[in-house]
Design a protein. Sequence first.
Length: 185
Amino acid sequence: MFYILLSYLFGTILFAVVIGKIKGIDLQHANSGNLGARNAGRTLGKWAFILVAVGDGLKGLIVVVAGRILELPELTIALAVIAVVLGHLYPFWNRGKGGKGVATVIGAMVAFSPILILVFLAGFLLSLLVTKSATLSMTGGFIVYGLVMSVYIEAGYFIAISLVLVIWKQRHSIGERVKQPNVLE
């Protein structure tokens, strides 16, 4: 339980806030107001995007690696992935206003099953051929990965829950892309 609680708290570290403070900009009041890599990149440039994406991705990766080092059951690690994603999406210190969780969940996916990340990439690329939208393609990749995880990995259903949370948080962006197809964003 302590590991899962720490995972949530770790998830509440929002690298967009850190980078924004360093640059003297409150990203909650810039562009989309989202506290993730995309808004950091739009507002502060590509280095901010990279730093935030890597920092947020490391949160998911570190939670899984720590669970494996502690030799915790896969189910416990999967629950910690949900916790770190929830921490990123809904940080207690910011009245539940966080990022969209894409980098955090991808970091966890890479650490949880490095081979199955190829399934995500295949789903993403196939979706990109059809939709021409990174947002919709990410969703397609998450769906394919979640389905495969649920079938082949014992704790896969819980990883799939973290993907559903990220997709839910992006529902407005997904709706915008559906209304404006062929927009590469």
